[in-house]
Design a protein around this ligand. Sequence first.
Ligand SMILES: [Zn+2]
Ligand SMILES: [Zn+2]
Length: 97
Amino acid sequence: MKKFLAVLTVLLFTFTAVTALAAIQWRTCTKCHGTGKCQKCGGTAYVTVWRFVKERDKDGKKHMVKVRRRESCPECQFKGRGKCSNCKGTGRVEVRI
Ligand SMILES: [Zn+2]
Ligand SMILES: [Zn+2]
């Protein structure tokens, strides 16, 4: 009887493992379309942004000026790596069904 129970346990375990595997599917990441690259910065990890900064003109008056700046991308999975935040740079996402 003990042997029968052991076999049953093994069978049950195998069945669970198989169904668990079948329940996972990989889909192409819709955010980066499978490239794995961050779409915000195109994988460069940097974005060019416009920022307002205070500056003094020649008369000593303060005023705001618009300047272009290169900043590290806020959307990347790992800051400064240029990887898609949705799929962690793999280009695909796990889907459980
Ligand atoms: Zn990015
Ligand atoms: Zn992605």
